[in-house]
Design a protein around this ligand. Structure first.
Ligand SMILES: [Zn+2]
Length: 287
């Protein structure tokens, strides 16, 4: 789908297994920025290269035009096809330093952050050729200067990318969707990052990995709703912990899911791990 001149969104569906008999339908958005060379933002899950390459051909470009693949972070749905894309195109793979070790070693990622079915979502580790940091600018030609913003919270090295001239922001998973699965490393860092994005400049189009494109007034609304959601979760976690101090992590997660009215799929170890991040900080602050 063409979002704006030279900017394209690809919605890639996939399944994650949730136990032996259940699977969860999900999707992830990858983006193409077509200047003189092409920048691919995230690779999608394993096998997504076919969709991406076919799309490029349909708009009169070639897979080899991809000069750089920016991985906004290391999660499986963002890096699954990275290795295959690098092998097919010879592109540079770029990411933040804090994501490098998990991108270059998916076994390490799986040990430190188990995700069911990881091996079917990621087709191998890939080397990070270029480390990106806050303030970098990727010049793609034809007026596409992409500014790099470090927006941690969802993960330590999450990146957002801004085309200031075109007023298009790629926020990856940094702006949480209210009512969906809250998955992050650090609730307060998420809040700081959304505020950073909110005030970075004039944004006409917001392109998230887990939501359809937002335009005009929808952009700030999405960010404000995300901030309210983050605050709500933080409050719910502390409420549950005060009321049931002996509750284990999954029991706490169950109560937060109930209070926030989240879908049943939110009762899972990844969400529980996200919620626990609020408590670790609280313990540090209250010796
Ligand atoms: Zn993610």
């Amino acid at each position: 789908m063409k979002v704006a001149e030279g900017i394209h969104a690809l919605k890639i569906p996939f399944r994650i297994s949730a136990g032996p008999e259940h699977s969860l339908e999900r999707f992830v958005y990858c983006y193409l920025v077509c200047g003189d060379t092409v920048c691919l933002i995230d690779s999608g899950v394993a096998g997504s290269q076919k969709v991406i390459f076919d799309y490029l051909v349909s708009i009169g470009r070639k897979p080899e035009d991809i000069s750089i693949l920016v991985l906004t972070h290391s999660h499986p749905d963002h890096m699954g096809a990275a290795r295959a894309i690098r092998e097919a195109t010879g592109c540079t793979v770029a990411a933040h330093l804090s994501e490098k070790s998990w991108i270059e070693d998916i076994d390490l990622q799986f040990r430190e952050r188990p995700v069911s079915g990881l091996e079917t979502l990621v087709a191998g580790s890939v080397k990070v050729d270029r480390v990106l940091k806050d303030g970098d600018v990727l010049k793609l030609g034809a007026g596409f200067d992409m500014e790099v913003f470090h927006t941690p919270g969802h993960s330590r090295g999450s990146l957002s990318l801004f085309l200031r001239k075109q007023k298009v922001l790629f926020c990856a998973d940094a702006v949480l969707l209210p009512g969906q699965l809250p998955i992050y490393d650090d609730n307060e860092a998420c809040t700081r990052s959304v505020n950073k994005l909110k005030y970075m400049g004039d944004i006409e189009v917001l392109l998230s990995s887990w939501d359809d494109p937002k335009r005009g007034p929808e952009v700030l609304r999405a960010m404000d709703e995300s901030l309210t959601f983050l605050r709500g979760i933080q409050r719910a976690v502390f409420e549950v912990v005060n009321e049931y101090p002996a509750a284990d992590l999954m029991a706490m997660c169950e109560q937060v899911v109930r209070i926030m009215g989240l879908p049943p799929a939110a009762l899972n170890p990844l969400v529980a791990r996200s919620l626990a991040s609020s408590l670790e900080k609280k313990r540090v602050r209250e010796p």
